[in-house]
Design a protein around this ligand. Structure first.
Ligand SMILES: Cc1ncc(COP(=O)(O)O)c(C=O)c1O
Length: 387
């Protein structure tokens, strides 16, 4: 085990803090395994841009990014310039290619130049601003031109894509490195994904023909890595697969993935209650017989969703127990029945790599997606790397 890297309260000296009550164990071994699985599927020579936005889907970028570099990854996708600058500093001496997906504000463009971050470009206004600043600082900006082929979030619409691409190409201060797009439903709608892909490929072929050179092409998120080989092109952009999950439960996948995060918390209190005793806010669970009830130090502030109230199971010392009553801000209760083996201080697994404990088991119960549950795990939860 490696020592915890993130402090629960960063301004306080960690040596003065008690051991954490809730912990996200981050298996770097499982992360490495997942990277190799994806690399095997897409082919050794194909680049992988690891999507590490949102603090590496809440796993802790400081733990995840160096391990990815050790696995041969040198392309990274993040959400915005602040995440990009953090990553650049983290990988100080490593020549990582970092792309920030958000459309930048004027005040941010300087940081792209200073820290050598690739710009996601989808409109003429940003092009003009970026060009002017790159000229002012005498340093070119690498551009990944984004075409909105059907996601409807960011990027230039197909009808203007070639005009914008040529404008970037003409600029002395911008380098047109790549042209990319993002799929809206690659895990569930093959026809729409193929329509997006054909809009994209038609535009890029025309562009490359007129430029007389090729550009870097990337489209495939995790869903497309699994379902759409034609979308692999020069580079794939998986996120959730690296963290050990497919985009949705039930999606048939050739990959054998292992969850990277195991969310655990300590049993902090145990009592025996009589039949008829209610548990937690709103009295949504009543004991049907005399039962031991354990209180576990994790709640919705930590990212354990309140929608899981009375729905989930928790693994303690190899046995599953039902979570009972409303999830509170800092604690949940678990019905131990007449089990006497569980003791205060034992670790309860909320989700992770143990059999039957996948995060998707919980998200299927509450009707959300694994992405959301992983990203909910809050800074109060210690991230600890394990190999
Ligand atoms: C542009 C872009 N590419 C790739 C991804 C990775 O998606 P996924 O985690 O589904 O692989 C994301 C995440 O939303 C994204 O915004």
């Amino acid at each position: 085990m490696i020592a915890p890297v993130q402090e629960p309260i960063s301004s306080v000296d960690s040596s003065s803090l008690a051991p954490p009550l809730s912990e996200a164990l981050i298996s770097l071994g499982n992360l490495r395994h997942n990277v190799r699985e994806v690399q095997k599927l897409v082919g050794k020579s194909r680049r992988i841009m690891a999507i590490v936005k949102a603090n590496a889907y809440s796993h802790g970028i400081d733990l995840i990014a160096p391990a990815l570099v050790e696995e041969g990854i040198s392309d990274f996708g993040v959400a915005n310039i602040n995440e990009a600058v953090h990553l650049r500093k983290l990988l100080e001496d490593f020549p990582a290619q970092i792309l920030a997906f958000a459309s930048p504000l004027l005040s941010q463009i300087e940081l792209y130049i200073k820290h050598d971050i690739s710009l996601c470009l989808g409109d003429f206004e940003t092009l003009r601003l970026a060009e002017a600043l790159a000229q002012k600082f005498g340093k070119p900006i690498d551009v990944h031109l984004k075409i909105d082929t059907g996601m409807g979030r960011l990027g230039v619409l197909p009808k203007e894509a070639l005009l914008l691409a040529h404008a970037v190409e003409r600029s002395e201060h911008l380098n047109l490195k790549a042209v990319f797009t993002h799929f809206a439903s690659s895990d569930s709608d093959k026809a729409f994904t193929q329509k997006q892909l054909s809009t994209y490929t038609a535009l890029v072929s025309e562009l490359e023909h007129s430029l007389g050179r090729s550009v870097l092409k990337h489209t495939a998120n995790s869903g497309a890595v699994i379902t759409e080989k034609n979308a692999y092109l020069d580079m794939v952009r998986p996120g959730i697969l690296l963290y050990g999950y497919t985009p949705r439960t039930g999606l048939k996948s050739p990959l054998s993935l292992k969850p990277v995060m195991q969310l655990q918390a300590k049993v902090v209190f145990i009592k025996t209650v009589e039949r008829g005793t209610s548990i937690s806010y709103g009295r949504k669970w009543i004991a049907r017989k005399r039962s031991r009830i354990a209180t576990i130090a994790i709640g919705y502030y930590d990212g354990y969703h309140r929608n899981l109230s009375n729905k989930a199971k928790v693994l303690i010392n190899g046995k599953f127990f039902e979570q009972v009553g409303a999830v509170t801000m800092d604690a949940i209760m678990v019905n131990l029945g007449n089990d006497t083996s569980v003791q205060v201080g034992d670790a309860a697994v909320l989700f992770g790599w143990n059999e039957g404990c996948g995060a998707n088991v919980l998200t299927d119960k509450e009707g959300t997606i694994v992405y959301e549950l992983l990203c909910s795990v809050s800074p109060r939860v210690h991230r600890t790397a394990v190999e």
